[in-house]
Design a protein around this ligand. Structure first.
Ligand code: NAD
Length: 511
């Protein structure tokens, strides 16, 4: 570490400490009906930082009673919020974006401390959160828009109306950005919200709710209840006042939520796990493919749903390409997440570290080679959950390391023979979130894109998001799409209205 970075790291630790002080002193509370409140039971849980696994704050532990209080507040606030002119909602969402921008340094530092993600990425995530609000703010005035569907003698037209109070449940990887991605369209659509963030990273969701209120969001429109998935999460998915659940998390949790919401007929939107293929053909721009494959697995600690966790490489270039991947991976040093030079910070929790490292033994048992990493660093920058950038090679799609979501900086390289073989391997998993295809053959790019089982395909590119484009997965990677107008299909009901344009014949029964 050179002196300049050391000074910048020290400065960030100092600044983060200042932001953390009030949180550590007073703990984190729910935000219900515009008020910061403790749990009705008075219960709390510990929150630790992945940097050293030291507890730095207490968090209110919500249960059924707190969820009920929040859902009732959301139900009470719904008629007024729904009735607000779209332009009013737009202005409030822009005011929230302004607040996020004003507090972007605080958000980035707190997110880094709470989630272990490197500060360089969290600075962008805070700004991206503001962009999400601005994008959906501008859409707010047009959310009710529908279609005109004329037919002989009838004018059919559709309008959309907010579905009602919704539950939003988010995970611990990039928690701030993902919360904005769900909350902004729901608010634009006129829904009120009960948000249950992940228990391993509760800090920035609390800050977001506060900023929303500081920006003028009326009380009860966005309510925040902290707690454990099996307690607060379950209660939210079962609550009769909550009309829909937007969930980001593991596929198994998605299944549980579907069952929990069945009795109250919840509409669900799921963004779930992935084991996304990055398919590299020999005719690709290999330098760019290398950069993208590395970026998509070793950024954000590999705790990224769209990570390129499987790289499928054409046999003729397999030895050289995997060696180049390994060389790069070996160069990626784990660092303190507040060091501006760090690419790979500590994983979220010791339990997650245990899960990720369990795949190292499994890789050996399954007969794969470990070309890089495969261990925790011998001299970590702090006593946290660090793991080296890891590359498994000579894997095949029958192996668990090639089919299960590891959700860490762990890449599995699999050779393929030809296009048909690449497609077979790519589709041989239960997931179908994203796929990355690298080739200079346009026909092949089109054929592969159409046939690969994924909700999103990037050709000759890493994941570059365009907010109007649909985001979501197929198979066990999700149900529904977010982004642009797609988000409103979920947060709103479509109503059809048919108007007779003349005096068509109506059957006269009993006349
Ligand atoms: P998780 O499913 O364990 O938890 C997510 C949230 O669900 C947390 O808030 C948790 O408290 C809550 N929860 C847990 N059990 C619940 C239950 N029975 N009822 C209601 N809520 C419950 O997921 P995680 O470990 O926090 O996040 C990692 C997962 O998220 C990975 O699988 C990743 O791929 C996925 N993810 C997907 C996307 C996407 O867009 N597809 C984006 C980010 C993360």
């Amino acid at each position: 570490m050179n002196a300049e970075f050391s000074a910048r790291l020290k400065a960030n630790i100092k600044k983060a400490g200042e932001y953390l002080k009030p949180i550590s002193e007073s703990g984190i509370r729910h935000l219900i009906d515009g008020e910061a409140v403790a749990s009705i039971s008075g219960a709390t849980f510990d929150n630790a930082s992945p940097i050293d696994n030291e507890i730095f704050c207490q968090v209110a532990r919500g249960d059924k009673a707190d969820i009920d209080r929040a859902a009732k507040a959301a139900a009470k606030a719904f008629p007024d919020w729904r009735a607000k002119p779209g332009k009013t909602r737009r202005d409030i969402l822009h005011a929230i974006a302004n607040k996020i921008e004003e507090h972007s340094e605080e958000i980035a530092l707190l997110e880094s401390v709470d989630s272990g993600q490197a500060i360089r990425f969290m600075q962008k995530a805070a700004i991206r959160g503001a962009e999400n609000f601005r994008f959906f703010a501008d859409k707010a005035p047009e959310t009710a828009n529908g279609l005109s569907l004329p037919t002989d003698g009838q004018m059919n037209y559709t309008i959309r109306a907010s579905i009602g109070p919704v539950g939003i449940i988010t995970p611990w990887n990039t928690p701030f950005m993902l919360s904005t991605w769900k909350i902004a369209p729901a608010l634009a659509a006129g829904c009120t919200i009960v948000h249950k963030p992940a228990e391993w990273s509760p800090v920035t969701a609390t800050l977001l709710a506060k900023l929303c209120h500081d920006a003028g969001l009326p009380p009860g429109v966005l309510n925040l209840v902290h707690g454990i998935g099996e307690e607060a999460g379950v209660a939210l998915t079962r609550h009769p006042d909550i009309k829909a659940i937007a969930f980001i998390g593991e596929s198994a949790t998605g299944s549980a939520i579907m069952a929990q919401g069945a009795a109250t007929l919840k509409r669900v939107h799921f963004e779930l796990g992935g084991k996304n293929p990055c398919i590299v053909f020999a005719d690709a721009d290999l330098e760019r493919a290398l950069d993208a494959a590395i970026f998509m697995i070793y950024s954000l600690n590999g705790e990224r749903c769209t990570s390129s966790s499987r790289v499928l490489i054409e046999k003729s270039i397999y030895p050289e390409f995997t060696e180049r991947l390994a060389e790069r991976a070996r160069n990626i040093r784990c660092g303190h997440p507040l060091d501006p030079d760090t690419w790979l910070g500590p994983l979220i929790h010791p339990r997650h570290l245990e899960k990720v490292t369990s795949y190292f033994d499994l890789a050996r048992q399954e007969g794969a080679d470990i070309l890089a990493g495969g261990k925790t660093p011998p001299t970590p920058p702090s006593p946290g959950n660090y793991v080296e950038a890891t590359l498994f090679a000579n894997a095949n799609s029958g192996m668990r390391i090639a089919s299960e979501e590891i959700f860490g900086p762990v890449l599995t390289a699999i050779p393929f023979e030809d296009e048909a073989d690449a497609l077979r391997i790519a589709n041989d998993v239960r997931y179908g979130l994203a796929a990355y295809i690298w080739t200079s053959d346009v026909g092949r790019a089109l054929r592969m894109s159409a046939a690969v089982e994924a909700g999103m395909v990037w050709v000759n590119s890493e994941n570059v998001r365009h907010l109007p484009a649909p985001f979501g997965g197929v198979k066990q990677s999700g149900i529904g799409r977010d982004g642009g107008d797609y988000s409103f299909d979920f947060y709103m009901e479509t109503k059809n209205i048919a108007l007779a344009t003349g005096t068509h014949r109506i059957p006269k029964i009993g006349a």
